[in-house]
Design a protein around this ligand. Structure first.
Ligand code: B12
Length: 220
């Protein structure tokens, strides 16, 4: 018997110390004990990655360590993700999502993707380092109401402004949401986006609000 706190701690420490096998074991143990998979992901794996971010910022970890931490996180996520329950009463909505051109950071984006997935949205994931025009093409091809872009660098973030203009030029009836560490509500407003969410936890509710506004405007 392991308490939830113990399992969360193992997941966190496992990510920080890049112990992929331990993370996988802890993930399985958490499931066996009947703990909530989403909680294990957010308060265990993602919380561990936040600590890694601090270590990186303090120059205690460098790119190779961070990459191994990401591998450990993904090892746990593979086990836990199928056990996150889908929410009822989906909205019948589609979202195109990706990390912007030049940006290979995709952990946050993948968590946001998972939240849309379990909320019953059809998700078109373009992956990472996505060329700007691919967002436009995928939106047109799938007729998705929402496009969600992630940027983790101040440099790549600027690409999102271009995509917003490119999409709005072709199709004004699309709601665009931005996120990622350097992005703020002010940045989102400045770039002309329709929405912003600070974390994966509130991305879906923001998406639902945007769709509500969009559908209201179309019915006018
Ligand atoms: C992991 C990491 C990497 C990994 C990426 C692995 C991967 N598969 O993602 C590796 C090692 C590859 C990497 C490489 C680099 N990195 Co790096 N990296 C990080 C680190 C340590 C953690 C990021 C992370 O995963 N956080 C955990 C997740 C869960 O949080 P998150 O991403 O913020 O996502 C949450 C929210 O932001 C939000 N969100 C995210 N996206 C979206 C999208 C939408 C639509 C919404 C609504 C919400 C949302 O929801 C998420 C979950 O709640 C950060 C440091 C930090 N403090 O953030 C640096 C950091 C982002 N990296 C940085 C840099 C500079 C680099 C490199 C250039 C380093 C180098 N010298 O080579 C390279 C190049 C990368 C490139 N071309 O893209 C800088 C960026 C600086 C800047 N402001 O421009 C940071 C901030 C570190 C620093 N302080 O210098 N990195």
């Amino acid at each position: 018997m392991a308490s939830k706190e113990e399992v969360l701690d193992k997941l966190k420490t496992g990510v920080v110390e890049y112990l992929e096998e331990e993370v996988k074991e802890a993930a399985q143990q958490g499931l066996d004990e009947g703990y909530d998979a989403l909680e294990l992901i957010m308060d265990g794996l993602a919380a561990g990655m936040e600590i890694v971010g601090d270590l990186y910022d303090r120059h205690e970890y460098f790119v190779p360590e961070v990459l191994m931490c990401a591998d450990a996180l993904y090892g746990g996520l593979d086990i836990l993700r199928p056990h996150v329950p889908e929410t009822e009463g989906g909205l019948n909505a589609q979202v195109v999502i990706g990390s912007i051109q030049g940006d290979v950071h995709d952990i946050g984006k993948n968590l946001v993707k998972m939240m849309f997935d379990v909320a019953g949205w059809e998700v078109h994931d373009l992956g990472r380092d996505v060329p700007l025009e691919n967002f436009v093409e995928e939106q047109l091809k799938t007729d998705s109401e929402v496009v969600a872009m992630s940027a983790m660098m101040t440099t790549t973030m600027l690409g999102m402004k271009k995509v917003i203009q490119m999409i709005k030029d072709k199709n004004p009836n699309v709601a665009i949401m931005l996120g990622g560490a350097p992005v703020t509500q002010d940045v989102a407003n400045l770039f002309g986006a329709d929405g912003y969410a600070e974390s994966a936890g509130n991305a879906v509710s923001e998406g639902i609000k945007m769709i509500g506004r969009l559908r209201e405007m179309q019915n006018k």
